[in-house]
Design a protein around this ligand. Structure first.
Ligand code: ADP
Ligand code: MG
Length: 568
């Protein structure tokens, strides 16, 4: 008789579904699952917190199109992973979480770490289930993997009773389930394509918006051709950066507010009209703007703004549909319009302000100086992970992406703490694909703190991530070391320290050196250059640059306050 354990069935089923990575933290009852995963040829990355493990697994889904898996223990282990599931679901990224749980005969008995896990995951996932026997494990795993990728991608959960892990079953009793293929592709209705193109032809001020759905949908080649053939200005969303290069002549990111405000026809490719795009409403958008919405999720059509044309289907396929007609018609938006001049003038004016800030030679440095010099040294093909309020916002405008899926940040959910997990996932993909691309993680000091212990994970696996902590001693803003000392003399800091403050000049670089990575304390432009050059030349181990900046450094003045309210 050929017997197989529950752990083996889980691992072999994941592998059969082409799940190549598992991130997790082991403990009773899932240690054997991780061991079986390695035996089945899945790469297992042991992390330091389940939240970061789940962030990492979901980034695998975004980067490769196939979900990563996240392995957690019962109760608190699973609860920690909920943050990662929620983030993945909000971002529309596939991930499969496997959680150990209470033995079948102890459910509701008050067992160790008992919790209603399947119910708990429901709110954070597209699918949450507990296999009722060993025999059905392959089918449940196939369904979880398929559901995570098909339709709008998201998180799925499989609950494994603790006593199933080492229980055995005769292999011949287990139904073999084949690998689910990549999602079937659907096209937009022919009539809608015609309508979309006639709306575009009538536009005086057209604008293409490229979201992370376009990146996930691998529409880069078709979209580039579309933008170039049609001669249209385009604007990427934060993670839409790089689908077309940021330095493409048609990119109007540096005139973002102006472009959104005045566009009369917007082609929305894989982006939701949520807070990131100011709901598509005034005061940030023209009240009469016509939206041509491209999305594979039918329920998304009409959120906040009713689209003039809804193109439902796969983004890459739809862009190809549009291109076919466009090529036949030989239509192009002219390059000598007032709209193009408005956008180009604004780009030049905005660049001047950033440049002036970047060239300031004061110590401590400001954000713009740091990013200006970082951008000069970063390789063009590097993956930039970024989080932290100011660090992410200013970095987005100063650090260019030239390749799709090469920018990962706090995303739709605005989650801080995702960076190190994302960077670990990207470094694992880089290693297995031999892509020779640097992973650079640009973190605010506060953002770094959420998952800072993952530097140990990077050191343990020799993942050569370069972390740049842009350290302003606080959340949004901090105070300098002198002021902090004065405050400490005045009384109990818990009563008087501003809630946004963190320890001034904290030595985050020493967190990295503690585990054998490279650490640098950086105060000046010269130190920044030499530390970054050294870090980028080291492929053996991770580095952390602790860049101390002016604690009150801020964004340049903005036309609209962040999160401008709309009059819904
Ligand atoms: P961003 O944060 O860049 O604005 P969002 O996450 O808000 O992007 O939006 C991405 C959208 O892309 C989602 O509405 C999702 O349904 C959609 N999407 C994901 N994959 C595809 C695809 N292959 N084809 C079409 N739409 C897609
Ligand atoms: Mg900070």
């Amino acid at each position: 008789m050929d017997e197989v354990t529950g752990a083996q069935l889980i691992a072999e089923s994941l592998k059969a579904q082409k799940v190549e990575y598992m991130f997790g933290i082991v403990g009773v009852p899932v240690i054997e699952v991780a061991m079986a995963a390695q035996a089945a040829g899945i790469r297992y990355v042991g992390m330091r917190n389940e939240q970061a493990a789940c962030y990492a697994a979901s980034a695998i889904g975004y980067l490769t199109g196939r979900p990563g898996s996240c392995l957690v223990v019962s109760g608190p282990g699973l609860i920690h992973a909920l943050g990662g599931m929620a983030n993945a679901n909000m971002n529309c990224w596939p991930v499969v979480v496997i959680g150990g749980s209470t033995d079948q005969n102890l459910e509701t008995a008050g067992a160790f770490q008992e919790f209603p896990q399947v119910e708990a995951c429901r709110l954070y996932s597209k699918f949450s289930a507990r296999p009722s026997s060993l025999e059905v494990i392959p089918s449940v795993i196939e369904k979880a993997v398929r559901t995570s990728m098909y339709g709008r991608p998201g998180a799925c959960y499989v609950d494994i009773a603790g006593d199933m892990v080492n229980a055995k079953v005769d292999r011949s009793k287990v139904r073999v389930v084949s690998c689910c293929p990549t999602p079937p592709v659907s096209l937009a209705h022919h009539g809608a394509i015609t309508e979309a193109l006639s709306a575009l032809r009538a536009a005086k001020k057209p604008l293409v918006i490229i979201g992370k759905g376009a990146a996930y949908g691998r529409a880069e080649t078709a979209l580039r051709e579309f933008v170039e053939i049609a001669g249209l200005p385009f604007l990427p969303t934060p993670m839409g950066k790089g689908v077309l290069p940021d330095d493409h002549p048609n990119c109007v990111a540096a005139a973002r507010s102006r472009a959104l405000l005045q566009a009369d026809v917007v082609l929305l490719f894989g982006a939701r009209l949520n807070w990131i795009l100011h709901f598509g409403l005034p005061p940030r958008f023209n009240p009469n703007v016509k939206i041509i919405q491209v999305d594979l999720c039918a329920e998304e059509m009409g959120n906040n703004v009713s689209p003039a044309v809804a193109l439902l289907g796969d983004i890459n396929a739809i862009v190809i549909q549009l291109l076919e007609v466009l090529r036949k018609d030989d239509w192009k938006y002219p390059s000598d319009t007032e709209w193009w001049s408005t956008l180009k003038d604004k780009i030049v004016a905005n660049a001047k302000i950033s440049k002036a800030l970047a060239l300031q030679s004061t110590v401590p440095m400001n954000y713009y100086t740091v990013f200006h010099h970082v951008s000069q040294l970063l390789p063009h093909d590097c993956i930039i992970v970024s989080e932290g309020a100011n660090t992410m916002d200013i970095g987005r405008t100063m650090l260019n992406n030239r390749l799709p899926r090469h920018r990962l940040d706090a995303g739709t959910f605005g989650t801080m703490g995702v960076g190190l997990g994302f960077a670990i996932a990207a470094a694992c993909v880089e290693r297995s694909e031999h892509s020779n691309q640097r992973i650079v993680c640009v973190e605010g000091d506060s953002a770094f703190g959420f998952s800072g212990m993952e530097v140990e994970t990077m050191c343990r696996y020799n993942l050569p991530v370069v972390i740049i902590v842009v350290n302003n001693n606080g959340i949004y803003n901090g105070v300098d070391a002198e002021t902090w000392k004065e405050m400490a003399k005045m009384g109990d800091l818990t009563s008087i320290a501003p809630p946004v403050t963190l320890l001034p000049e904290a030595r985050y670089d020493e967190v990295m050196t503690a585990f054998g990575g490279r650490g640098f304390l950086v105060r000046t432009v010269e130190e920044l250059h030499s530390a970054l050059q050294l870090s980028l030349s080291d492929w053996e181990r991770p580095s952390l640059l602790n860049v101390l900046i002016e604690p009150s450094s801020d964004r340049k003045p903005q036309e609209f306050p962040w999160l401008t309210r709309s009059n819904l």
